[in-house]
Ligand binder design. Structure first.
Ligand SMILES: [Fe+2]
Ligand SMILES: [Fe+2]
Length: 298
């Protein structure tokens, strides 16, 4: 089997691809303008409002998120200025960034891609459910981090399709008794988690989202927000156990036990029963949020 693996030059090659890719796959100009306004000390809500209103497609998508049951507002949000007030600068920035990233990579067709989207969406919804179970203050970063957590897989499957498919074939083999991540590391010299983190970093996502994606398999290593990384990690685990996964992964990674103290700090009575109950509600919640998906994918 050794002859199948050629990771040495691979890591360098991927790092090169990543740096070129973020030059070629640029986010729309409006996203950079939103980042500027959202981080500017002197910007006002009306600056952000007029910027978004200058892009009708973005306006429609942000309004559809604001009116989805995702946010749970009872009053209809019919204008961007209202959306800016109820969502806040940071939330609008996260939404605009993730919608643009999804659009850059969203090529429909293969069974793998379709399953990966279903998985990513469920992990987004699940991360949010976990955040609420862990008594965290609710905001959009949980959904966005979950939605984008496997962006590295999207990148590898689109930029190195032959090698990626070869890896999938190896994973199907009965004599390969190792995890997806170990095989991935041997093939590419790096994991999809690291690839995803580097992509989002290059696109100037907030640090805690970059870390949640980069460490979604080892949340205790997140240097900024371990609770956020833990929500994505646990949601990923629950979805994989339920079979909402792009792969027949017989050897998926176990839970990162080093995160357990963080979980107990957040919720004293954190329990496996609690997680199993959440897993039971996940399908229902994912269905309820289906309208949200169309704001990201259309
Ligand atoms: Fe992953
Ligand atoms: Fe995943």
């Amino acid at each position: 089997m050794e002859e199948l693996y050629f990771s040495e030059q691979s890591r360098e090659h991927i790092l090169g691809l990543l740096s070129r890719c973020t030059d070629i796959l640029t986010l729309p100009h409006i996203v950079h303008q939103i980042l500027d306004v959202a981080s500017g000390k002197n910007s006002s809500a009306s600056d952000l409002t007029s910027l978004i209103e200058s892009d009708p497609a973005l306006t429609a998508r942000i309004l559809s998120v604001a009116n989805s049951s995702y946010l749970g507002f009872t009053k209809k949000v019919s204008t961007i200025s209202h959306a800016v007030v109820v969502l806040g600068f940071q939330e609008i920035q996260n939404l605009a960034l993730s919608m643009s990233v999804v659009q850059l990579f969203d090529r429909r067709g293969s069974e793998f891609t379709e399953k990966l989207w279903r998985h990513s969406f469920s992990v987004g919804v699940g991360s949010r459910m976990l955040a609420s179970y862990l008594n965290l203050r609710m905001d959009g970063k949980y959904f966005v981090s979950g939605l984008l957590h496997d962006m590295g897989k999207v990148f590898l499957s689109q930029y190195l399709p032959e090698k990626f498919n070869e890896m999938l074939t190896v994973l199907e083999r009965q004599d390969v008794r190792t995890t997806y991540h170990a095989v991935e590391e041997k093939f590419f010299g790096m994991t999809h988690a690291e690839v995803g983190g580097k992509l989002l970093e290059a696109w100037m996502f907030p640090r805690e989202i970059v870390d949640a994606v980069a460490w979604h398999h080892e949340p205790h290593r997140s240097g900024s927000n371990q609770a956020l990384a833990a929500c994505v990690h646990l949601a990923d685990l629950l979805c994989t156990i339920k079979g909402v996964s792009p792969l027949k992964d017989r050897y998926f990674l176990p839970m990162d036990k080093k995160i357990v103290p963080v979980l107990y700090d957040l919720r004293e009575n954190f329990s496996t029963e609690g997680l199993i109950a959440l897993m039971g509600q996940l399908d229902l919640e994912t269905d309820r949020q289906r309208a949200l998906l169309s704001a990201f994918r259309w």
